[in-house]
Design a protein around this ligand. Structure first.
Ligand SMILES: Cc1ncc(COP(=O)(O)O)c(C=O)c1O
Length: 376
């Protein structure tokens, strides 16, 4: 673990964000914190600590769920992804809530003799994302399979929206919700309504109360980030409550070398940058191996002494060069903010995402899990 590159997490922001999102819903709606992918790159152990108000946690994989149990999490844990059939037993014994969409998974569930708790599954309905989910026409047989196994309880039913974040036009989301409501009707013909119905990611939680049912399943908003500009605009245009989301991460490093190079010098691999003046160059010990995207080369800025310094040349595996000619008093081992605020300047995840041609989700999620996460 390098002590020259690290992440600082705002200790108050995650629970504040959670409660802001909760305020968009009715009082009795549960809040499930999605902390998959190392809590969107923020650090699983840290985010569990910083989200005391979460009612449930959701992760993608069995391994992520087991990590939460090792951390001592006693709250309900929902696994969103496929559990390998041969590891179903492990998932059952750890008392995870299983998202189910394959008949084979239902078949593979069996309880050891000494295990007397019901296995609680959440049926995922395919409503138009064409990802994981059971098609409407397959629901009756699927539910029958569940009913045939007395050790299984269908505790929940869910779906996931495909097109809320990318658009101001919410017809597709409406059509998905209509299909989901049809699925509920089909299920109600066969059995009691499952106790927990959940469809709303962050954008749906903010924009569509009709998607809340009785649990929100939110990720990006907890980390203080808006799902997209369109979600923000839709909130304003719809005159809806605008949650006050506070970013959690500041990503920092320290300068590892400073030197003044000649006019006409090439910087970095591929000689993609040539100085046009005598240039004070600082070398940062961070690169794409740390999750600092290679596309940030010759494009991004970082903050030094509260001022913007351009990244010059390509981002290397472990090193990045910046031009600090115009910034006074820059010294070896000065702190540098790659992502976050310093004084009046901020590099947001959205800005970095636009420089790298991606979305804020990917920027934070790909920060290397090897970097230290400090709660401040
Ligand atoms: C199934 C599922 N539910 C909820 C979420 C949370 O979405 P968001 O981070 O937009 O709130 C995700 C995120 O990818 C997801 O895959």
């Amino acid at each position: 673990m390098s002590s020259l590159v690290w992440i600082e997490l705002d200790s108050k922001a995650p629970d504040h964000n959670l409660n802001e999102l909760r305020s968009s819903a009715k009082k009795d709606v549960l809040l499930c914190a999605v902390i998959k992918a190392n809590a969107y790159g923020h650090g699983t152990a840290q985010m569990v600590k910083l989200l005391p108000s979460a009612d449930w946690f959701a992760v993608n994989s069995l391994e992520e769920g087991l990590e939460l149990r090792e951390l001592g999490v006693k709250k309900p844990i929902l696994l969103l992804g496929h559990v390998p059939l041969e590891q179903m037993n492990e998932a059952v014994q750890a008392d995870f809530r299983l998202t189910v969409f394959n008949p084979e998974s239902i078949e593979a569930i069996c309880c050891p003799d000494h295990y007397h708790k019901p296995v609680r599954v959440h049926l995922k309905v395919e409503t138009g994302t064409e990802r994981q989910g059971v098609l409407l026409e397959d629901i009756p047989d699927f539910v029958k399979n569940i009913q045939d196994k007395k050790e299984i309880i269908m505790e929940g039913i869910s779906t996931h929206f495909a097109n809320i974040e990318d658009t101001l036009n919410h017809e597709y989301a409406d059509s998905q919700l209509a299909i989901f409501n049809k699925a509920l009707k089909i299920i109600r013909k066969q059995c009691d309504t499952p106790q927990i119905i959940h469809t709303a990611c962050t954008a749906a939680s903010i924009l569509f109360p009709e998607t809340h049912f009785n649990m929100l399943r939110v990720g990006i908003g907890l980390y203080g980030l808006w799902p997209s500009r369109e979600t923000y605009l839709s909130t304003i245009m719809g005159k809806l409550r605008v949650p006050d989301l506070k970013p959690v991460v500041t990503w920092k490093t320290k300068i590892a070398q400073i030197k003044t190079i000649h006019e006409g010098s090439y910087v970095g691999y591929g000689c993609t940058y040539k100085t046009t003046r005598k240039t004070k160059l600082a070398v940062l010990p961070v690169g794409y191996a740390d999750g600092y995207d290679r596309k940030l080369g010759n494009t991004a800025y970082v903050l030094v002494n509260g001022k913007r310094a351009p990244v010059i040349g390509r981002v290397c595996m472990n090193l990045t060069m910046i031009d600090v000619t115009d910034i006074p008093n820059v010294k070896l081992e000065n702190e540098v903010v790659l992502l976050g605020t310093w004084g009046k300047e901020t590099i947001t995840a959205e800005t970095m995402a636009s420089w790298a041609g991606t979305i804020n989700y990917e920027i934070v999620t790909r920060i290397s899990p090897l970097l230290e996460r400090k709660i401040v």
